[in-house]
Design a protein around this ligand. Structure first.
Ligand SMILES: [Zn+2]
Length: 133
């Protein structure tokens, strides 16, 4: 667990906030969460949650955008909730599995007891399910 916040962390959070500020819609489609993932290429990809019976979290949409663009090496990810993205939220259980599968060494930014911290993705899901090869 690291709590040293870098400028690139602030930039990533700002990108996640911009994604939800631009697309916030609590009335019709429940778009309330934005996410941003930074890749080793230097690019940042963003997403907002897509709500339905089996919707997708903002992290999944951002990761999907990155993968679609050809990215395979992920450095860090963050999700924010609210009309202004004011709340940094941790990944849900399903996202933790995806993070474990795709980017176990990726830093995940989240709040812990009022402080922003970075945790390795693999540390968020101990004894994770592994797909057999
Ligand atoms: Zn999730």
């Amino acid at each position: 667990m690291k709590n040293l916040i870098e400028n690139s962390d602030k930039k990533l959070i700002a990108a996640a906030k911009a994604a939800i500020i631009k697309n916030y819609d609590a009335e019709n489609f429940n778009h309330t969460v934005g996410a941003a993932v930074a890749c080793s290429s230097g690019e940042i990809y963003t997403g907002v949650n897509v709500h339905s019976l089996h919707g997708a979290c903002a992290e999944q949409v951002a990761i999907g955008a990155a993968i679609t663009a050809g990215e395979r090496d992920f450095l860090k990810i963050v999700a924010v909730r609210g009309e202004n993205g004011e709340e940094i939220i941790p990944p849900c259980g399903n996202c933790r599995q995806i993070l474990s599968d795709y980017m176990p060494e990726c830093d995940v930014l989240l709040m812990n007891e009022g402080s922003l911290i970075k945790v390795k993705s693999k540390e968020l899901l101990t004894y994770a399910y592994k797909v057999e090869a």
